[in-house]
Design a protein around this ligand. Structure first.
Ligand SMILES: [Fe+2]
Length: 180
């Protein structure tokens, strides 16, 4: 008998194929020279992508695939709320954070991380959780095309990039909210 911890219900994990990975990586990392968008909601994750959805077909393709995948697992309509790219190199990591901020009445309900460039040598995505007196750590191993969906309030971080042979880790993250 296999027992699945109930904590697994927090997450959705899927693999998504993209027609041009190089174009998606470029879109996720070269934004700042083209657009001028306030960075207040993405201070710890690098590149605002929302304005690129309509004029960058590869970003639209990714968003459509993600929304379709998430839509198959939820019983309510969701729409994209925020989208940003993040590149981490050797010796870098992502600080402990969540995507829901009560101070600014952030509407995010579900969030996701999508790996545009990464493999198992990159730092894991880690969700430390305390439930009553139990400490649980859910780790996701990076891989190109992997989608990880989680509740926006759930805190997480990434392990240090400690392998000099690993590729730069390029992740596109976003927040979804329930459609009104
Ligand atoms: Fe995050």
């Amino acid at each position: 008998m296999r027992i699945t911890p109930i904590i697994e219900t927090y997450f959705l994990e899927a693999d998504i194929d993209i027609s041009d990975w190089d174009a998606l990586c470029d879109a996720a990392t070269d934004f700042k020279s083209t657009y001028d968008v306030p960075m207040n909601t993405i201070q710890y994750e690098d590149t605002a992508l929302m304005p690129r959805i309509e004029d960058t077909p590869i970003v639209k393709e990714m968003v459509d695939n993600i929304l379709q995948t998430v839509g198959q697992a939820t019983s309510y309509p969701l729409e994209l709320y925020e989208l940003w790219g993040c590149k981490k190199q050797y010796k870098q990591s992502m600080m402990f954070h969540s995507h829901w901020d009560p101070k600014i009445h952030n509407h995010a309900n579900l969030s996701f991380a999508f790996y545009a460039q990464a493999d198992e040598r990159n730092g894991n995505l880690v969700f430390p959780m305390h439930i009553y007196n139990c400490f649980i750590e859910r780790k996701f191993t990076p891989g190109r095309g992997k989608l990880v969906v989680f509740p926006s309030w759930l805190f997480h971080y990434t392990e240090h990039e400690d392998n000099p042979e690993a590729p730069d880790r390029i992740v596109i993250s976003g927040n979804l909210k329930v459609s009104e």
